[in-house]
Design a protein around this ligand. Structure first.
Ligand code: ARG
Length: 463
């Protein structure tokens, strides 16, 4: 190979390597946390007499200038500076000269990246929590309008017992409330400052970790430098929290797909959130909930991916952890847009009360009420009552009726053991009465649903 060719190959290899090694193209997302962390660090160094007041001031205003440049799109992100930490420090030194070179005293990129990334995760935990709260509020609002709207409750996707639609909505309010609490508790658990852990073992400089921790809004400095620079539990926790929320997003989306089908027609999605087919002009497709359901996959993928990155790492920092960020950024973006859109879809969906109530007349939803009646009023063992009820269901089928539509005579004719059943049974088999009979704590009766709505309102005010 000629000398010249050799040189080209070397350059190309170096370029590929730079590209391979660098994280700047994605960790630039952390620029504001990086600058915030650096300002806090410089202020602490000044308090401790490690930087002079003049040095600190020029560093701080230089960092703010870098921030401006990034935000106005003037900053040039180049592979020459591997990651956001090097890029910011380098530009700072270009702007202010000598003092810029003192900023990295008593710090390593290892505690720096751990700090930046943790700040990002903490900030996002708070904003996602806020979105979840809004979503709970939306479900509670829809619920409060439909505490008397009957909908068939299902198990195995088969008609089971009548519910009110508000109650069904509150199931999701409960899921998203737990999600909110998950973000809250992981926030508390992870709110410890890595800054000052340095490379892995702390630093001989006379730093004050409490001071940087306070400035950055952490609860306290983390307890163990080596653990802190290599630990990514906080990132895994947000990935898990997001995965769980997306699983809930996906479940309601699945119901929206089903409910908006011709077969159900329980809800109609507002035109804004339904799309048309390019070939079938009559169609309205639920692309939006389908996408919400589909996006759950990548979020699970990001969780498993980081678990896998972390599982074999020896202490302390290893470059593998650079792979921690893209998945988290992606999951955060995905949940943010998903919660926003789901919130709008739920707010604007049109509930078809008649379709829901008519569907309740299929499948003998109040059959259990007959068995319960026999147990309560005639002291019959439940299993006996169960078999008698089966006969009544058969009778109803033979008459092409729902059990809730039978006359007392028809019920009496179904089985000898109930030939004298009190005529009030007819009331018990009424679908709305059946729903309202479920007054146990957490049950579907309108009264219980209203109680639950009140509890949610109190919770929403407090949080
Ligand atoms: N870009 C690196 C990361 O994201 C920053 C830390 C680099 N530290 C090191 N010793 N190479 O993990």
């Amino acid at each position: 190979m000629s000398n010249q060719n050799n040189q080209i190959l070397k350059n190309t290899n170096a370029q590929i390597l730079d590209e391979f090694n660098a994280s700047i193209m994605f960790d630039k997302e952390l620029y504001s946390q990086d600058i915030k962390g650096s300002i806090a660090h410089s202020q602490m160094l000044c308090e401790q007499g490690i930087l002079t007041k003049e040095e600190q001031e020029v560093i701080e205003s230089g960092l703010l200038q870098v921030k401006d440049e990034i935000e106005s799109g003037k900053f040039e992100f180049s592979l020459a500076y591997e990651d956001i930490h090097m890029a910011v420090e380098n530009r700072l030194t270009e702007i202010i000269g000598e003092p810029g070179k003192r900023l990295h005293t008593a710090r390593s990129r290892n505690d720096q990246v751990a700090t930046d990334f943790r700040l990002y995760v903490q900030e996002k935990s708070l904003s996602i929590k806020e979105q979840l709260k809004q979503l709970v509020d939306t479900f509670v609002n829809v619920a409060s309008k439909h505490t008397d709207t009957l909908i068939p409750g299902m198990t195995h996707l088969q008609h089971a017992q009548p519910l009110n639609f508000g109650y069904h909505m509150l199931a999701y309010a409960n899921m998203f409330k737990r999600d909110f609490q998950r973000f809250e508790s992981s926030y508390e658990r992870n709110n410890y400052s890595p800054l000052g852990s340095a490379a892995l073992a702390g630093t001989p400089h006379n730093i004050n970790r409490q001071s940087t921790s306070d400035k950055l809004g952490f609860t306290a400095p983390s307890a163990h430098a080596m653990d802190t620079v290599s630990d990514r539990d906080f990132a895994l926790e947000i990935l898990f929290n997001i995965s769980t929320s997306m699983m809930h997003v996906s479940r309601i989306s699945e119901e929206l797909v089903t409910w908006s089908s011709y077969e159900f027609q329980f809800v109609r999605m507002s035109d804004e959130y339904a799309t048309t087919s390019s070939i079938m002009p009559q169609k309205k497709n639920p692309d939006v909930p389908e996408l919400l359901r589909g996006k759950t996959g990548r979020v699970y993928g990001n969780l498993i991916s980081l678990f896998t990155v972390m599982k074999g790492l020896p202490l302390a920092y290893n470059k593998d952890t650079q792979e921690d960020k893209e998945g988290v950024f992606d999951s955060v973006r995905t949940i943010e847009i998903s919660l926003k859109i789901l919130n709008e879809v739920i707010k604007t969906m049109i509930v078809n009360v008649d379709k829901m109530e008519n569907a309740c007349k299929i499948g003998h939803l109040s059959a259990t009420d007959l068995a319960d009646f026999l147990v309560q009023k005639q002291n019959m063992p439940f299993r006996t009552a169960y078999y008698i009820t089966k006969d009544v269901v058969e009778k109803a089928n033979s008459l092409n009726k729902d059990i809730s539509e039978l006359t007392v005579e028809e019920i009496r004719e179904s089985n000898d053991e109930i030939k004298n059943i009190d005529e009030e049974i007819v009331m018990y088999l009424d679908l709305r009465n059946s729903m309202n009979a479920r007054t146990s704590i957490g049950g579907t009766s309108t009264k219980q649903t209203e109680n639950q709505i009140e509890d949610f309102k109190t919770w929403l005010e407090k949080n």
